[in-house]
Design a protein. Structure first.
Length: 342
């Protein structure tokens, strides 16, 4: 009997040993997560929290390492989505702006003065339009897990207060490498310059570029832009959603249990990350006091002042509605209008 039990024990150990390499081969020791910005602020911190939460819910099976400041796409932000399609990048917490060159429908969020408030944005993301956008991304090889947020993009510059379209005349404004941003700032009379963020910081210090547009909590405060840009215009001209995503090739390699763990982590982190992105920007907006205390001249535009800029960009809206898809834009407009009545 002892020999029999010994033989069974050996057999069990054999099967465990045989299965172990299969399990090890199916999981990478490290999954790479791409982030355009650095670790500070809601964007970078959201990526780190997502990685930690995935590890927790997968019982340590899935280890994600965050690669900040564009390390994985060699400085060209618009390459990030393409590298995910190829599974050269496993995960990302990325901006719809950078991916809109591949998924043109994501330009919806870059339509000037389209989203009047967070309520309108939330309605679009949570409804039919958000579902359609996630499906389009998956068709191109990237699975969207949950929405995140970079925030409303506000204007800063080193020359003068900007309260009316004429104040933008001739100002050299750094914008991201997306054609709709070039069109928008040209329509408002500025001189838009497309460059990566690392180059932009040097250009501000050297005075070769006058201004930029970015969210307050994600970029303006963490980068202490008051050191090089003295004027801030709060105009909510564009909202910048983020998306927690995974390469479809990588996603398809996980079993149902791990997919559930990843999705649960994304949904949970989404709530935390969006709250952090909006912290201090609603109500009396205490985040603006931080900027004022650091010497910035803050101009918060009234609805009438904002309307003047919106009128200047009417041609941009008409052109890009056709590029994005008239039906998709109409569905988003309907969702925004409905949210405004609640």
């Amino acid at each position: 009997m002892k020999v029999r039990y010994f033989g069974m024990a050996v057999l069990v150990l054999f099967f465990v040993a045989a299965l172990a390499p299969v399990q090890a081969a199916s999981y990478k020791p490290e999954y790479k997560l791409s982030v355009v910005v650095g670790p500070a602020g809601p964007w970078g911190e959201g990526a780190a929290k997502f990685a930690e939460t995935v590890k927790k819910y997968s019982d340590g099976r899935i280890n994600i390492k965050c690669y900040y400041s564009g390390q994985l796409f060699a400085g060209k932000q618009t390459n990030e989505f393409l590298l995910m399609r190829q599974a050269s990048i496993d995960f990302a917490l990325g901006s719809t702006i950078n991916w809109s060159t591949t998924v043109k429908e994501l330009n919806l969020f870059s339509m000037p003065f389209f989203f009047p408030d967070y309520k309108a944005l939330d309605a679009v993301e949570a409804g039919e339009v958000g579902t359609r956008l996630f499906k389009l991304m998956e068709e191109k090889g990237v699975v969207a897990l949950a929405w995140g947020e970079n925030g409303y993009r506000e204007l800063t510059n080193s020359k003068r207060a900007v309260k009316k379209p004429e104040d933008l005349d001739g100002l050299k404004i750094r914008v991201v490498g997306s054609p709709i941003f070039i069109d928008t700032f040209k329509a408002m009379g500025a001189n838009p310059v497309s460059m990566n963020w690392g180059e932009a910081l040097s250009a501000f210090q050297q005075g070769t570029v006058d201004g930029q547009e970015n969210p307050i909590n994600a970029v303006i405060i963490p980068n202490k832009l008051w050191q090089v840009q003295k004027h801030l215009t709060v105009w909510h001209y564009v909202i910048d959603p983020l998306v927690f995503v995974i390469s479809k090739q990588v996603w398809d390699g996980f079993d149902a249990k791990d997919k559930d763990a990843i999705m649960k982590a994304a949904q949970e982190t989404s709530v935390w990350q969006k709250k952090a992105a909006r912290e201090g920007l609603e109500g009396n907006a205490p985040a603006l006091d931080t900027l004022r205390k650091n010497g910035m001249d803050v101009s918060v535009l009234s609805p009438a002042e904002t309307a003047a800029f919106k009128a200047k960009t009417k041609s941009v809206h008409e052109k890009w509605a056709k590029e994005i898809g008239v039906d998709l834009v109409k569905a988003a407009e309907d969702a925004v209008a409905k949210a405004g009545k609640k």
